[in-house]
Design a protein around this ligand. Structure first.
Ligand SMILES: [Zn+2]
Length: 77
């Protein structure tokens, strides 16, 4: 008997990844901007990687710095 395990198709929806922070011309990420920061975090409070969010290098660095600062003040997880 042949194994009838269904093959999983590797299909990915192609999305153009652009840095939304660049699009919105945000040059400073305020650590008090909890809404913005939480958009780039998982539920557990981890920072989403760049390959997920599509952020550029510069903004990812700004973001991680803001997240870490917000964590110190217990604004986010
Ligand atoms: Zn950017």
């Amino acid at each position: 008997m042949k194994s009838s395990r269904p093959r999983r198709k590797r299909r990915r929806v192609l999305r153009t990844k652009t840095c939304r922070l660049c699009e919105n011309k945000i040059h400073v990420i305020d650590f008090k901007d909890v809404d913005l920061i939480q958009r780039y975090q998982t539920e557990g409070g981890r920072i989403l990687p760049r390959r997920v969010t599509g952020n550029c290098y510069k903004h990812q660095q700004l973001l991680s710095a803001a997240v870490k600062r917000a964590r110190v003040l217990a604004l986010v997880l």
